[in-house]
Design a protein around this ligand. Structure first.
Ligand SMILES: [Zn+2]
Ligand SMILES: [Zn+2]
Length: 347
């Protein structure tokens, strides 16, 4: 039996989100029914709801930073029981058979992972995200939120946390390493916290010094304005890793010049436009330009455990669901410190 739940949906591209109802599938053998408590607002929700990344599926219920409590479990569920605190991130399924799935890299499933929303599930039905009261998800794509983390500040970790944790670990953020984070937004502020907790020396590269006090409080050791050309002179050849978290096209050549020999510029931002790059900026100094997309389910669990151990939640502004359209405008204006989270009780 399906469950009818209230949700906030975009009825068409660029239309404001409005309250509606959706059907959640019957709880299958390996499914958990999650009573959603909080849902983070990610910049990619806006890209997709407005078709900035291409054709999308409507109506769309965005939201891939979900934290809640298990309300019901299917008969085959072994990982969770009723009452467990759980999270769901950017994907809810994959083929589970390909080499990437078997390697715990479900996000890179060769048949394509199933997005938490704006996707079609393996049952042929569209998926709907976290701006809703409840969701049904296979246990294999559900993670446990450790007791040490409040659900509201844990929700954004399901995208912003794993998106920054995975590349920081992969590219070696650790004691003795210098890491720069471009942009102090939803992703950037988590990158600063996580890189600091991993033991790296952390520098924020932001357009202005407007958020400098915050950046230092979050764990940055240094803070520079990229609008000041002197920054690029002072920091030339400094960093082992530069992580770009911004969703606007940047002068990547300028940022590559900040790397040490063999250093990596890792991009997790997803601007809608292509960038131009003079490849000489990669050749000199054996530089690496890399990308990274979220992380697998096991690594997402590892990230949550790491964040709980280090007391790292997101900095959030809790809003009522009816404020979602206003929140979108504020995200687009970089006017949020640092993640909006919808209180699902208000949906
Ligand atoms: Zn996201
Ligand atoms: Zn696969």
């Amino acid at each position: 039996m399906t469950t009818t739940v209230a949700a906030y949906a975009a009825p068409s591209a660029k239309a404001p989100l409005e309250r509606t109802t959706i059907e959640r599938r019957a709880v299958g053998e390996f499914d958990v029914l999650i009573d959603i408590k909080f849902a983070g607002i990610c910049h990619s929700d806006i890209h997709q709801a407005r078709e900035g990344w291409g054709e999308a599926i409507f109506p769309m219920v965005p939201g891939h930073e979900i934290a809640g409590v298990v309300e019901q479990v299917g008969p085959g569920v072994t990982k969770f029981k009723v009452g467990d605190r759980v999270g769901v991130g950017c994907m809810v399924d994959s083929c589970r058979e390909c080499e990437n799935c078997l390697a715990g890299q479900e996000q890179h499933c060769v048949r394509g992972n199933v997005g938490t929303y704006n996707a079609v599930g393996r049952d042929g039905e569209p998926t709907y995200g976290g701006y809703s009261q409840k969701v049904v998800v296979d246990q294999a794509f559900t993670v446990k939120i450790p007791d040490g983390l409040s659900l509201d500040v844990a929700a954004p970790l399901l995208c912003a946390g794993i998106t920054t944790y995975a590349p920081l670990k992969r590219w070696g953020a650790a004691p003795g390493k210098k890491v720069a984070v471009i942009g102090l937004g939803g992703l950037g502020h988590m990158a600063v916290k996580i890189a600091h907790a991993l033991g790296a020396e952390v520098t924020v590269l932001s357009q202005s010094l407007r958020k400098k006090d915050d950046g230092l409080k979050l764990g940055a050791d240094h803070y520079y304005a990229t609008s000041d050309a002197q920054t690029f002179k002072d920091l030339a050849g400094t960093f082992d890793v530069v992580l770009s978290t911004v969703s606007a096209p940047l002068d990547f050549g300028a940022y590559l010049s900040l790397l040490r020999t063999g250093g990596a510029l890792v991009n997790v931002g997803a601007p809608e436009e292509p960038i131009a790059l003079n490849l000489f900026s990669l050749i000199g100094g054996d530089k690496i330009l890399a990308g990274s997309m979220i992380g697998g389910i096991a690594e997402t669990q590892e990230m949550l455990d790491f964040c709980a151990e280090h007391g790292l939640g997101a900095e959030i502004e809790l809003i009522e669901a009816s404020q979602v359209n206003e929140a979108y405008e504020r995200v687009l204006n970089s006017d949020v410190r640092y993640r909006f989270v919808i209180d699902a009780a208000t949906i």
